[in-house]
Design a protein around this ligand. Structure first.
Ligand code: DAH
Length: 341
């Protein structure tokens, strides 16, 4: 072995290291020169005892110098690869500190909930309490106590979501089909005068452009010794003018039928000008509380009289904003909802 051989090994190692593109290749190349069976290691092993000690020493020194050179080349390449990696990360993960900050966006109330809040605020301002009630009802509160006959179509399985369970008294349970049961529940809890609204979710087996299986209603109830239809007309007309923020609203009471009111009326409204002008729009059911219902409230129908109404919140919202498909309220499409922020 001459010094030429060593020079060649060093040059080979240098080239091999420089060509290694990544750490794994580089470490494999290292094994070829410095590993247990690497070229330099083999040379060192070949310095047998039989050699002249002087020769052995000088050869050993030369081999070790070559080894140091190879190691230095290896370390240079290791550092170069690490630096390149770091630079790559620095550019790819670069943060542009001049970009505007990301702000967390603030949500807003659903249009139907905005209607709910407006209604509460308007009725509250004229002395109505706001009362919440259960969405799972017994058929007694939902139908029987409201004077709905046994064979009323709304009681059928096609119209009503019944639960498989019964309550502790064996009464059928269902998702309330309207907020009217709250009239009975609340009247049984308090004493007249009763002047309250009961907003809440209601459920029916119904689904099309103007009906959804879950929808919202607000029930109104005013019971005292001398409450008349004129009060109903005054309160409801005032409500509509405030709700729609318009003075040009005409209201008419159209005779109708509900089991729990007598007489009963459908409330229709009409804008005198602007969008939808001239058309009568049905907006609410209403009526004078039926004597049977007063009895189920444990009230004396000779002493007390009152009115009730029930209006759909989706319907009011659709009219207020000119929305023509109720299903858009339940699709959670932000393009639609953002218009009500
Ligand atoms: N509960 C009725 C419905 O859901 C609406 C209604 C009509 C409520 C007349 C009333 C009323 O309080 O007096 O169709």
């Amino acid at each position: 072995m001459g010094s030429l051989d060593l020079k060649r090994i060093v040059a080979d190692a240098q080239r091999a290291f420089d060509n290694a593109a990544d750490t794994v290749t580089l470490e494999n190349e290292k094994a070829r020169f410095l590993g247990k069976t690497g070229a330099l290691t083999e040379l060192l092993k070949s310095l047998g005892k039989q050699l002249d000690p002087q020769v052995r020493k000088s050869k050993g020194v030369c081999i070790n110098i070559a080894k140091l050179q190879v190691e230095a080349a290896l370390n240079r390449r290791r550092k170069a690869i690490a630096d390149a990696l770091m630079n790559q990360r620095l550019t790819s993960e670069e943060v542009d500190v001049t970009l505007p900050g990301r702000c967390s966006s603030v949500g807003s109330l659903h249009p139907v909930m905005q209607t709910w809040e407006r209604i509460e605020q308007i009725f509250n301002s004229i002395g109505f309490d706001i009362v919440d009630g259960p969405e799972i009802e017994t058929d007694w509160y939902n139908f029987t106590a409201l004077n709905s006959p046994e064979n009323h179509p709304a009681r059928s399985m096609q119209d009503t979501f019944y639960l498989n369970k019964k309550d502790e008294n064996g009464r059928a349970l269902l998702l309330r089909t309207h907020t009217s049961p709250m009239q009975i529940r609340y009247a049984k809890m308090t004493k007249p005068p009763i002047k309250s609204i009961f907003p809440g979710r209601t459920y029916r087996v119904d689904s099309n452009a103007t009906h959804s299986p879950m929808f919202n209603q607000v029930e109104g109830l005013w019971i005292d010794k001398n409450i008349s239809f004129a009060d109903l007309k005054g309160v409801y007309t005032d409500f509509l003018r405030k709700f729609f923020e318009r003075k040009d609203i005409l209201v008419r009471f159209r005779p109708s039928y509900f089991p729990f009111t007598e007489p009963s009326a459908e409330i229709d409204m009409r804008f005198e000008c602007g969008r939808n002008a001239g058309r009568w729009l049905e907006i609410s059911g209403s009526g004078q509380v039926h004597p049977h219902v007063l009895r189920n409230m444990n009230l004396d129908h000779q002493r007390y009289i009152g009115f009730a109404f029930g209006s759909g919140l989706e319907r009011l919202t659709m009219l207020r904003y000119g929305v023509d498909d109720l299903r858009t309220f339940f699709e959670s499409d932000l393009r639609f909802l953002r218009q009500f922020v």
